[in-house]
Design a protein around this ligand. Structure first.
Ligand code: F0G
Length: 456
């Protein structure tokens, strides 16, 4: 097997900025030890997120010039709408400025106090939008999905047994819809199998509960199905994607991931009444129904990106580049969530920094040291991001303490990734020197974005 190469050549480059350890020590302190508070110019390799950070293709940039900026009925909207319909086969395609805008519209219609939304694992903005509507969000990962070192092909799957029990307990009438997040981002970028999507739909049909996909990384999920699920080896990514969506009644989408653009999203669905309500809400806060908070040029770029993302060479390279980093770290015994996901490597902070108790945020300790020593920006996905407090003010932790190294699409080359692996291994070798953190400021919702911390 020969090296799987980047399936593109580079036409335009952007310099990255080098800083010294001393400079970064001060930057980190000023940022309250929160990577979201660091200026991007002070970051060497930015693995904070794969969202909106992709490099667009020449054809996408050409589409930007060709964008039709008419207020209503723009040509670019119809190109966007046709492309999304071709992939999803949903009846109504509603553009939004990003994924969370689609979530907000959806949940402000179906969510209210006394209602419950199940998901394999909610992403943080999805959970926040469910809760903001007054409804409650519940996660149903499988048992293998919450053990970082268990290797299984579809660790993103929905726990069907627990879901059915939940429906019986809460009553189907109080569950306006169920979501499946593909790939399961908060659960490690792990894929969901076609069988699991199909079975979830079957179960929900018995209770007349609609199924929605949180479809941000639908193409990466489809390629895992092609590689790992029997019967899909010879299908094209597009055929697999179409089958995935055929089991759903709608989806929310952040185009900032698998549409390979810097901004955009959509809500797509079949229900006439829901679509009318959603469009009315869209017009109040996002924009008219044929642009929804986006410029015509953005709609062009999304349409083109959705076509490019289903290219097999692209998807093979994409999944391989994540796996490559995973293999390098694993061969140096760095504990990572296994197997590597579709868009990121997740360090298992509990095992990586096992001497730091969870309430002192071991993941944050790794994030800070990776930045301080190497200029690499990553993000904690553990108790800083998802931690809640009980009535006595004691921290309630999520099942896993992870550090995500998210790989932007088509941005970094193999030598950047080699550098990242060398630096992570270096921090791992010095892990005994890591120390815990304490939160000194936090907002009531989505606290990780603005929290301030200090070293203990
Ligand atoms: N759902 C999932 C699974 C996501 O990963 C994200 C964003 C969203 C919804 C919201 O989309 O940002 O366009 O509003 N995830 C980014 C990340 C922010 O870093 O994983 P958005």
């Amino acid at each position: 097997m020969k090296t799987i190469i980047e399936p593109f050549k580079i036409k335009s480059v952007e310099p990255i900025h080098f800083t010294t350890v001393e400079e970064r020590t001060a930057i980190l302190r000023n940022a309250g030890y929160n990577p979201f508070m660091i200026n991007a110019d002070d970051v060497l390799i930015d693995l904070l997120t794969d969202s909106g950070t992709a490099a667009m293709s020449a054809k996408q940039w050409a589409g930007m010039m060709d964008g039709d900026e008419s207020y209503a009925g723009a040509r670019s909207f119809y190109r966007f709408e046709n492309t999304v319909k071709d992939i999803t086969r949903f009846k109504y395609i509603i553009p939004t400025h990003q994924g969370r805008a689609a979530e907000r519209i959806l949940f402000s219609i179906v969510g209210e106090k006394g209602r419950f939304i199940p998901n394999n694992t909610h992403f943080d903005t999805t959970r926040a939008n469910v809760e903001f509507s007054g409804a409650e969000a519940f996660d149903f990962p499988t048992e293998e999905g919450v053990h970082p070192d268990v290797v299984a092909p579809f660790k993103g799957n929905m726990n069907l047994h627990a879901l059915e029990q939940f429906i019986r307990e809460k009553g189907a009438a109080n569950i306006p819809l169920c979501m499946i997040t593909v790939t399961n981002n908060s659960g490690g970028g792990q894929p969901v199998s076609m069988e699991n999507i199909r079975e979830t739909k079957k179960l929900l049909s018995n209770y007349h509960i609609p199924l929605f996909l949180d479809a941000c990384r639908f193409a990466e999920n489809a390629f895992f199905i092609k590689k790992r699920e029997k019967g899909y080896e010879n299908k094209t990514p597009k055929e697999i994607v179409q089958e995935m969506f055929s089991y759903a009644d709608g989806c929310t989408m952040s185009a900032k991931k698998d549409a390979i653009v810097n901004m955009g999203g959509f809500l797509a669905l079949n229900d006439d009444e829901l679509a009318t309500k959603a469009r009315n809400l869209l017009i109040i806060t996002e924009g008219f129904s044929t642009y929804g908070g986006l410029a015509g040029r953005d709609l062009e770029a999304i349409a083109q990106g959705l076509t490019e993302v289903l290219d097999e060479h692209y998807l093979m390279y994409r999944l391989r580049s994540i796996e490559y980093l995973g293999e390098k770290l694993t061969s140096a015994s760095v504990p990572i969530l296994q197997p590597p996901g579709g868009h990121a490597i997740y360090l298992d902070a509990r095992r990586f920094a096992s001497h730091i108790p969870v309430h002192q945020y071991p993941g944050q300790a790794i994030v800070c040291e990776l930045y301080r020593s190497a200029g690499i920006r990553s993000v904690e996905i553990g108790s800083v991001m998802f931690g809640k407090y009980d009535a006595e003010g004691k921290l309630i932790s999520p099942p896993m303490e992870l550090v995500r190294l998210a790989i932007p699409r088509r941005v970094y080359t193999q030598s950047h990734i080699d550098y990242v692996s060398e630096c992570v291994i270096d921090v791992f070798k010095r892990r005994e020197d890591l120390h815990g953190y304490r939160i000194t400021y936090e907002a009531p919702q989505l606290r990780h974005f603005t929290a301030r911390l200090e070293p203990l």
